[in-house]
Design a protein around this ligand. Structure first.
Ligand code: 3PG
Length: 212
């Protein structure tokens, strides 16, 4: 599925995507409720733990106000597993020819990761115009996005990687940024401890962030 049809709709409700690493699917529903209640309805569960697909399935089934996606999608097989679990979107840190080919027939949009102009051009050849800019801070930050806006104005980005509550507004002020991703509001220690109060507090500080 080409992402230009559906991806922009994903970001109508929120401009901050929590990037979540979860070790226990039993925590997924409470975590999702905490984030949705704090105003963050778009959730990325990274496929970095054995619990990730189950967590996606639980959220998809039990938290109707959440839009749950899969992160760290590295292969066609990951994309397929994410779709079967109920993920509504997929995000990858980079992209390969085989992942692009798989995404063309997938039932959910893929937001491929890029960090160079050539990677953006390759993605556009495959029909994509929304990209994850990863790792955003290490790869050039807002200055890199400003530089791409000249020659590649049709490309929009979700910068992710090293972004904090303080830095998010600088990214969201850019015309080619549609949302930012990050784990700053879902620290691994708080997720592991089930510290929903702390996560709720951190997530609520994101609700004032706006896109331009
Ligand atoms: C990721 O996919 O790991 C994201 O880039 C999260 O990055 P962060 O932990 O630096 O926010």
């Amino acid at each position: 599925m080409r992402d230009d049809i559906d991806t922009s709709k994903l970001f109508a409700a929120t401009v901050v995507i929590p990037v979540i690493r979860i070790d226990s699917a039993d925590q997924a529903v409470q975590l999702a409720h905490t984030l949705v209640d704090a105003g963050l309805c778009l959730l990325e569960i990274t496929l970095r733990t054995p619990a990730a697909l189950d967590a996606i399935a639980r959220i998809a089934a039990e938290v109707p106000d959440a839009v749950v996606g899969a992160g760290t999608v590295l292969s066609a097989q990951d994309l397929d597993r994410a779709a079967r679990a109920g993920a509504r979107f997929a995000i990858s840190p980079g992209c390969t020819e085989s992942l692009y080919r798989a995404s063309a027939d997938a039932p959910l949009p893929l937001i491929p990761g890029v960090s160079t102009a050539s990677e953006i051009m390759l993605g556009m050849e495959h029909g994509h115009d929304h990209f994850k800019f990863f790792p955003a801070e290490a790869a050039g930050g807002p200055a890199m996005l400003r530089a791409w806006a000249g020659p590649l104005p049709q490309a929009s980005f979700v910068p992710t990687g090293g972004i904090t509550a303080e830095k998010a507004a600088d990214y969201l002020a850019l015309p080619n940024v549609i949302a930012v991703g990050g784990s700053w509001m879902v620290p691994e220690s708080a997720v592991a401890a089930g510290d929903w109060r702390r996560i709720g507090q951190l997530a609520r500080t994101c609700s004032s962030l706006r896109n331009r």
